[in-house]
Design a binder for this molecule. Structure first.
Ligand SMILES: [Zn+2]
Length: 229
């Protein structure tokens, strides 16, 4: 397993970042960086999925983006405000190459290509966040759930996803009972199978048909920017 964003960099940049990196495993539900705290590292997932959860003042959360090995976590707090705008939380078990923020900043200063690659990624991430804001306001829970399952599957790269209804409810910012009803509807259509703590995609084409257009739109944008999960 490797990180696809890192792999497309020029060899000098890749070597510099790899030298500074330390392998850090993470488990589903683990918080890599808390909202409002200063991010001291950049995480490049090698496997697994990380969600960027917006934390509301009553403690509820909604994921604004999912990042797998196509991207990196910890870059949304820029030089103007070193504090993370969202909580980075693992949505699937995995591991990341973890690079201290200072070393990442130094590598950025040295390389135009690295800055371009980062700009491409953040442009895609911004598209994902905007699309998700509109999606949460306008699309049905069933369509949003189908979209999220597809996006998780793309990043986990396996048909079977280890996750509980609680995880999906937290990601979508809805009650567990709502997720349970929507998942049951999708299962009755034969598009997914479910068990205790797992969901499996049974009919990918059918699930893509049920998902809102946000899924296909983001795949297109990510393809145009030269990265895709
Ligand atoms: Zn949508």
């Amino acid at each position: 397993m490797d990180n696809l964003w890192l792999r497309q960099l020029p060899s000098g940049d890749r070597a510099r970042l790899s030298r500074a990196a330390e392998l850090r495993p993470f488990a589903r539900g683990e918080v890599l960086c808390e909202a409002g705290e200063s991010a001291d590292a950049v995480w490049l997932p090698l496997e697994g999925v990380v969600g960027l959860a917006v934390v509301l003042d009553d403690g509820r959360t909604v994921d604004s983006a999912l990042i797998g090995r196509e991207g990196l976590v910890g870059v949304t707090c820029g030089p103007m405000n070193g504090r993370a705008a969202s909580r980075a939380v693992a949505r699937a078990d995995g591991a990341a190459a973890c690079i201290p923020a200072a070393a990442f900043g130094e590598a950025l200063e040295r390389s135009v290509r690295l800055r371009e690659a980062l700009a491409r990624f953040t442009e895609g991430l911004f598209a994902q966040v905007q699309q998700t804001a509109a999606c949460n306001a306008q699309h049905s829970l069933e369509a949003r759930l189908a979209r999220r399952i597809l996006e998780l599957q793309d990043r986990v790269e396996a048909d079977r996803l280890e996750l509980a209804q609680h995880d999906l409810a937290t990601m979508l910012g809805v009650r567990r009972s709502g997720v349970s009803e929507a998942a049951a509807l999708i299962e009755r259509r034969g598009l997914i199978r479910r068990g205790r703590g797992w969901v499996a995609v049974a009919d990918r084409k059918g699930l893509e048909g049920l998902a809102c257009g946000c899924y296909a739109m983001l795949r297109r944008v990510e393809g145009e920017l030269g990265f895709a999960a």
